[in-house]
Design a protein around this ligand. Structure first.
Ligand code: SAM
Length: 263
């Protein structure tokens, strides 16, 4: 089965887009790059979360939200725009309760849910349909952090990746950046179980992300490459993964909420 492409302006409909592909997308969780590169990189950046209050923004099926609780986070609030993704999160929570709380919100119109120590935003900011929406998302995330709290995000790699359409075929997906201009669509098609799942994200430059975060009151904006878990054993041959880690489709972005937010 092939899921339909969610349209030319996907980000305003991102919740609906994920409603249509929720269960298929969830299957990508088992992919080696997600387990041994994405998750390893994020957990390394998150570090020790013991006792922290964490907001998981764009939580999807709640895999990280539950993992944060398992790693000792005191409180985890997880939100997503997609009701179907939240259904999957709540199903998993019912099967194996972690104590994570799930809410439905649009990151671009986020109320204050708390003064969190950490916000995790894995694959969220690049769904902003415009620079204005990106700024609104950054402001909403900042408003939910205590002064000194940190943001850990995964976003589309702002650097050009040569031959990207076929570069990622060995890893089960294609990625087509239509232009290196802010808001330009990035088309994905990825193999999820026996299905081909399509969705679009948006390109933003490094300076655009930094400006949105700084305007929202973040400092210490930092970029980080991806790392392969050295403990993943035979399942992930480092040579095979080198092409992914060296030219990654996404990169990590961290920032710290300043003590005072600009008026
Ligand atoms: C690629 S999935 C990642 C899910 C999860 N963070 C993970 O890493 O497994 C992107 C998620 O962002 C959500 N999303 C997209 N735009 C959003 C918005 N404006 N507000 C909240 N969630 C949004 C989608 O519904 C989807 O669940």
């Amino acid at each position: 089965m092939t899921t339909p492409r969610p349209g030319a302006a996907p980000a305003p409909q991102a919740g609906a887009a994920y409603d249509a592909i929720a269960r298929s997308y969830q299957r990508t969780r088992h992919s080696p790059v997600r387990r041994h590169i994405e998750a390893f990189t994020l957990w390394q950046l998150l570090g020790d979360v013991t006792g922290e209050a964490v907001l998981d923004a764009g939580c999807g099926d709640g895999w990280y939200a539950r993992g944060l609780r398992a790693r000792g986070a005191r409180r985890v609030v997880a939100f997503d725009l997609s009701g179907a993704m939240l259904d999957l999160a709540r199903e998993a929570e019912a099967r194996d309760p972690s104590g994570a709380e799930y809410r439905q919100h649009d990151a671009a119109a986020l109320p204050v849910l708390g003064a969190f120590d950490t916000v995790l935003a894995a694959y969220l900011l690049h769904y902003a349909p415009s620079v204005t929406d990106l700024a609104a998302m950054a402001a909403g995330l900042a408003a939910n952090l205590r002064p000194g709290g940190r943001l850990v995000a995964l976003v589309e790699n702002p650097d050009p990746v040569p031959d990207a359409l076929s570069r990622y075929a060995p890893y089960g997906f294609s990625r087509e950046v239509t232009a290196l201009t802010d808001g330009a669509p990035i088309h994905y098609a990825l193999v999820a179980g026996r299905e081909l799942v399509r969705f679009d994200t948006r390109y933003y430059g490094r300076g655009t992300y930094a400006a949105a975060l700084q305007a929202a009151g973040f400092t210490n904006v930092g970029w980080h490459g991806l790392s392969l878990d050295p403990g993943c054993g035979d399942e992930a041959d480092p040579d095979w993964f080198a092409g992914y880690v060296e030219q990654p489709p996404v990169v990590a972005l961290t920032a710290v909420r300043a003590g005072r937010v600009p008026a």
